[in-house]
Design a protein around this ligand. Structure first.
Ligand code: NDP
Length: 301
């Protein structure tokens, strides 16, 4: 079967151009969206993510502030920093890079962020609003998945979606957004019985598991749409120079010819996540300043 390659890189680039234009328009109203990224500790992967977020903000004309705190910072000190950022009128979005060191209560920290500045959409108020189908800041990766599906598939009504994974960051909100878009949603997880049989019923599979190439051809019915959220660094067995390569949670080569549409890794959901962070920063700046957020319907969740 021929399949459509769902191009997250291209879609993210188009979305970023749209956001840049809207940032320009906000600036004409004397509003410059501001993002603050807080990094605790010196985890290499987190440092890379933070750097790319700050660089992307700069590219779009978003004011960005990068705050580094040492790995042994106290919870009180971190909460104080968040309080300062909550009160800072130049900052519309606050992101605390996860994971946090184990002596810090992550949930307490996330809920200390003003929900209107919660660009990650992890605050309990935003998570609750999303589950009630109310206006909310939507976590970036799930938002990216839905934008890709709407753009490449169109109307999702009546489709049976199986979401593998139930994390608060990806699985749960993706399922809620699919429900909002009138899909019939099944959540699968590590306790699900006969996962391949459950997945074979799906018109849409969203894989957010964290296990390299876990979803194989046995999981996929002919013509299904597959969204692969997974990012796993594995040993590179081909002859190229690189020791490691990125693969998704889906065995792409084995699965792609059974699908009608599929996201690659890299180049699928990954680039959408950072674009959606910028989207959320713009959204929060509009919300705080009482300006309409006029994103086209197919660029909304
Ligand atoms: P978590 O580890 O928080 O959640 C993984 C989920 O997968 C859990 O719900 C778990 O079930 C389920 N699971 C684990 N093993 C199995 C199994 N054998 N069968 C069925 N379900 C299973 O991961 P995240 O949600 O944070 O991330 C998922 C993936 O997405 C990772 O690869 C991560 O790197 C990637 N990711 C990618 C992003 C992007 O920008 N593209 C952003 C964020 C994450 P249970 O709840 O029962 O334990």
């Amino acid at each position: 079967m021929t399949h459509t390659l769902i191009d997250g890189k291209k879609t993210a680039e188009e979305l970023l151009i749209e956001i840049e234009n809207k940032v320009d328009r906000l600036k004409q109203q004397n509003i410059t969206p501001g993002l603050s990224v807080v990094l605790v500790g010196n985890d290499k992967a987190s440092e890379t993510y933070v750097r790319s977020k700050v660089e992307m903000s700069k590219r779009l004309g978003i004011h960005s502030v990068h705050r580094e705190m040492s790995a042994d910072v106290s919870e009180e000190e971190l909460l104080q920093e968040i309080d300062n950022l909550n009160k800072d009128g130049a900052i519309h979005g606050i992101l605390v890079q996860l994971p946090l060191p184990s002596h810090i209560n992550t949930e307490k920290v996330l809920n200390a962020i003003d929900y209107k500045k919660d660009v990650d959409g992890f605050h309990t108020l935003n998570a609750g609003a999303l589950s009630k189908g109310l206006e909310a800041t939507i976590p970036c990766t799930p938002l990216g998945c839905i934008i890709l599906l709407k753009r490449y598939i169109g109307d999702l009504s009546g489709k049976h979606a199986v979401v593998i994974g139930r994390s608060n960051i990806v699985g749960k909100p993706v399922g809620q957004l699919l429900l909002k878009n009138n899909c019939t949603v099944t959540y699968a997880h590590s306790r699900t019985k006969d996962l391949p049989a459950v997945c074979r019923q799906a018109d849409i599979i969203v894989a957010a598991i964290g296990k390299p190439e876990f979803v194989n051809a046995e999981f996929v019915k002919d013509g299904a749409i597959v969204i692969d959220v997974g990012i796993n660094a594995v040993e590179n067995t081909d002859n190229s120079q690189r020791k490691r390569k990125l693969v998704g949670d889906v065995a792409f080569n084995e699965v792609c010819n059974k699908t009608s549409a599929i996201t690659p890794v890299p180049g699928g959901v990954g680039p959408m996540t950072i674009a959606c962070l910028m989207y959320n920063c713009l959204y929060c700046a509009c919300l705080i300043n009482g300006v309409e957020f006029d994103m086209a319907d197919n660029l909304r969740a």
